[in-house]
Write a protein of this length. Sequence first.
Length: 235
Amino acid sequence: MEGILLVDKPTAWTSFDVVNYVRKLIAKTQGVPPRTLKVGHSGTLDPFASGLLLILVGKKYTTRSELLLKQDKIYQVMAELGRVSSTGDPEGVIEETTPSPVAPSHANVVRILKRFRGEVSQTPPSFSAIKVNGVRAYRLVRQNKNEAVNLPKRKVKIKSLKLVVYDFPMLSFTAEVSSGTYVRSLVEDIGKELQVGAYTRELRRIAIGNYSVEDASKVSELTEQTIAMSLLHTS
């Protein structure tokens, strides 16, 4: 059994939780120990985030993870203005930037979103899976009692930012971005430009390249049989 399985990851699950769950289901079907199976994923989603996860089954596909990682991605984003988070998301320590922040105008929000389209320079969040001297950045932060890890800036491309709803303090938009873009950092940068601060409250990935979450299976729907029927194959 091999191929690409599209899964709609629920919140509170890690990407590795989904991998392990799929691996155990396939192992049960084949009557082999889970550890003997090659199952991975392409493009980690944080536990608080939901949406499309590409599960790679079999060596032919797990070896393609780096290639799949390079594809553009589309996210639905809910940002909260006027507050910041130590991790850039709901799992960190959240603080108000000022007691009574002045709500940016709708016109100003539209203007700032337009400013971020195109190639931008971005600093990845300290709480990320980027390796520093072989160690994940988020592990270094925890080892150093939550002191920030300085990661180098990187060039990323924001292909589109489309405003969905703005009702202060909540700002909802869709973002089509290049590989390597951190939406948490993008939201923080937007908050800084609006001079009120911001963090990512909700995040949902709806597309990776030509793959859509609309075609994905929910974890609750996965069985040995549905996995076999849903695997996609590429040459």
